[in-house]
Design a protein around this ligand. Structure first.
Ligand SMILES: Cc1cc2nc3c(=O)[nH]c(=O)nc-3n(C[C@H](O)[C@H](O)[C@H](O)COP(=O)(O)O)c2cc1C
Ligand SMILES: C=C(O[C@@H]1CC(C(=O)O)=C[C@@H](OP(=O)(O)O)[C@H]1O)C(=O)O
Length: 389
């Protein structure tokens, strides 16, 4: 399975084409829309989210509510485009002079503006900003919604939550099931399980906003129900934990990923890190602990997958940082129209989506036949064999 996305932040629409999704999977626009809505919520976002009402159109690959096995095209309209038709239209310009005046020549520290402009030889940095914007994550969440539907059929559930924002760390992380985790995070404006920490996170976001600043944080994705032995140790590019890390790192503003206890393993002895192996007749092999976060040797252990990602603070700041105008080469302090102060809660939904996609793709690769029912049979047979091994 693979997917591509297309579309500019203030252009008419965003598109994704999903290739290799098995036939026979039940899929409706509502399945996707509920994920899009989750991404749009989240404390700390700017005015753009009040303009957009993200809903999907399924333009190919689905008939009467079931996937066909052919490429699935999903599109989401940018409602903001109506305010940008002149600036973002595809037609050639009538007045080049006017356009030059409107060009963006002032790169924001922390965004893609300067490097992108140099790389693609764009004097107008809007040409960079439009595609480097995290608006693109909308259709990645749409792709993830399809992957979640697929995983769901196999009894695999994916949940995400926020564990840190601006130095406030959640300590109460207990939940009964992924469903319970989702219900509780859904009720929290910052998608945090720990209510008290959640309040403090909102206060930290308010404070950052008041100061014209921005803050980042850490999100965690948990997956239950993955069969053992998905991925492989035989080649670097078949290690599933590495694919998850890359997927997390591909989210705009994410600067690190860890699996299980991750970086904490550096300062613990092996006796406190490795998960002892247990066996019982009903479950087969399990682990006493799950410090490995569901992975050993690039393969799933059958324990819950736990992957975290760190998001840096949003680059566009109301409190200006110094930069250089690429036309005049003069220093300036950036001024902006609008931006998010913190997008960590929204990004936790994106993280769920990219993880779901990688896991679905790995299952299709390993157990792959072209129809969901046959994949289900293959996975169930594999799980039975693993229990009896
Ligand atoms: C959901 C989400 C919303 C974001 N909103 C903004 C924003 O409003 N302003 C901004 O400057 N960056 C925002 N970003 C971050 C930038 O897109 C990101 O920093 C930029 O693409 C540069 O890439 P890099 O930070 O990965 O190097 C957002 C990121 C995510 C995931
Ligand atoms: C539009 C989204 O996020 C945007 C991501 C983003 C950026 O620079 O990454 C900048 C902002 O866009 P604008 O400049 O239009 O306000 C965010 O709103 C979205 O998440 O749907």
């Amino acid at each position: 399975m693979r997917y591509l996305t297309a579309g500019e932040s203030h252009g008419p629409q965003l598109t994704t084409i999903l290739e290799g999704v098995p036939a026979g999977l039940s899929l409706t626009a509502e399945d996707v829309d509920q994920e899009l809505l989750r991404r749009q919520k989240g404390y700390g976002r700017g005015r753009r989210m009040q303009i957009e009402k993200d809903t999907v159109a399924i333009n190919s690959g689905v008939r009467h509510g079931r996937t066909l096995g052919s490429p699935i095209t999903l599109t989401v309209t940018n409602d903001d485009f109506t305010h940008w038709t002149k600036i973002m239209g595809a037609a050639p310009l009538e007045d080049e002079g006017e356009e030059v005046k409107r060009q963006l020549s002032r790169p924001r520290p922390g965004h893609a503006d300067l490097n992108g402009a140099i790389k693609y030889n764009h004097r107008d940095m809007r040409n960079v900003l439009e595609r480097s914007s995290a608006r693109e994550t909308t259709v990645r969440v749409a792709a993830g919604a399809v992957a979640k539907r697929f995983l769901n059929e196999l009894g695999i559930s994916v949940g995400g939550h926020v564990i840190e924002i601006g130095g406030v760390v959640a300590t109460d992380l207990h939940y009964q099931s992924i469903e319970a985790l989702q219900t509780r995070t859904e009720a929290s404006p910052v998608r945090c399980l720990d209510e008290k920490a959640g309040q403090q996170m909102m206060a930290a976001i308010d404070e950052a906003k008041k100061n014209g600043d921005s803050i980042g944080g850490i999100v965690e994705v948990i997956v239950e129900g993955m069969p053992v032995g998905v991925g492989s140790y035989v080649h670097y590019d078949r290690k599933l934990d590495a694919k998850l890390a890359a997927a997390i790192m591909s989210i705009n503003a994410f600067k690190g990923a860890e699996i299980g206890i991750g970086f904490e393993a550096a300062h613990k002895p092996g006796s406190q890190v490795h998960d002892e192996i247990l066996w019982d007749a009903e479950k087969g092999y399990t682990r006493r602990t799950n410090n490995a976060g569901g992975f050993e040797g690039g393969m799933t252990t059958g324990m819950p997958i736990v992957v975290r990602g760190v998001m840096k603070p949003i680059p566009t700041l109301y409190k200006p940082l110094q930069s250089v105008d690429i036309e005049t080469k003069e220093p300036f302090s950036a001024s902006i129209e609008r931006s998010d102060a913190c997008a960590v809660p929204a990004a936790s939904v994106v993280a769920e989506a990219v993880v779901a996609w990688e896991l679905a793709a790995a299952i299709v690769e390993q157990f792959g036949v072209d129809h969901i029912d046959r994949i289900k049979e293959n996975v169930q047979r594999h799980m039975k064999e693993a229990r009896e091994f």
